[in-house]
Write a protein that binds this ligand. Structure first.
Ligand code: HEC
Length: 198
């Protein structure tokens, strides 16, 4: 076979190849954007379980999403029975005892959480001069955490204020778990108020 014949034979397949490639490209296009086309192993893409927001005939209210059972408590959270008022705060201060040790680890986490949740209002020294206040984004002066009042308050009161809020300060109980609330309270007493008897 001459070289020319070989070339001719090879190029004879070109139209066939073009046709195959072309039809493949056309069929793999998605005209509607809703049709995924041919699916290989579709059991991964379409789960047998109900999708979160899909209707669900198995429940009375017809919805897949269900509320937690009444009385459910989040992991790491504990119900808190003190009300958001002055006398309950005083009572919490008398009753509640920090269950954690004053270790460097706990203080370090306390500092981290204070920086995240409190510093923007109360300032890094707890003087009530955080950025939200000094930049006038928050109009009420945050209380000083090193005032004579707070220097004399038991740690349980800090825990209480974090959990239930105080005056215009919002409650943080749903965002910070109890152990971290104690760690913040420890950090406030030890590092900001410099209390040495703890
Ligand atoms: C959005 C701003 C803001 C944030 C965030 C905030 N606070 Fe406050 N906090 C205030 C304001 C304002 C007051 C004073 C409320 C009042 O007197 O009505 C206050 C009051 C307090 C008090 C009571 C002070 C007193 O003299 O009775 C404590 C304790 C306290 N905050 C601790 C914290 C801790 C700890 C955090 C972080 C978990 C925190 N706050 C987060 C704004 C804030």
């Amino acid at each position: 076979m001459t070289l020319l014949m070989m070339l001719k034979r090879t190029f004879a397949f070109l139209p066939v190849l073009a046709w195959v490639a072309g039809s493949f490209m056309l069929t793999s296009c998605d005209r509607t954007r809703n049709d995924k086309g041919y699916e290989y192993f579709p059991d991964m893409a379409h789960s047998l379980a109900y999708e979160t927001y899909s209707p669900n005939p198995n429940f009375k209210n017809g919805s897949t999403e269900q509320m937690p059972v009444a009385g459910t408590i989040n992991r790491d959270m504990l119900p808190y029975h003190y009300a958001a008022n002055d006398s309950a705060r005083k009572q919490a201060g008398k009753d509640l005892v920090n269950p954690l040790q004053m270790t460097p680890e706990n203080l370090a986490i306390g500092k981290e959480k204070f920086t995240i949740f409190c510093q923007n209002c109360h300032g890094n020294q707890g003087l009530g001069d955080g950025f939200l206040y000094t930049s006038k984004r928050f109009s009420v002066k945050p209380a000083s955490l090193v005032s004579p009042k707070m220097m004399n308050a038991p740690m349980g009161e800090i825990f209480h204020v974090i959990t239930k809020g105080w005056g215009v300060m919002g409650a943080h109980g749903s965002q910070i778990n109890p152990a971290d609330r104690w760690r913040i309270a420890m950090y406030v007493e030890k590092e900001l108020q410099k209390k040495t008897n703890k």
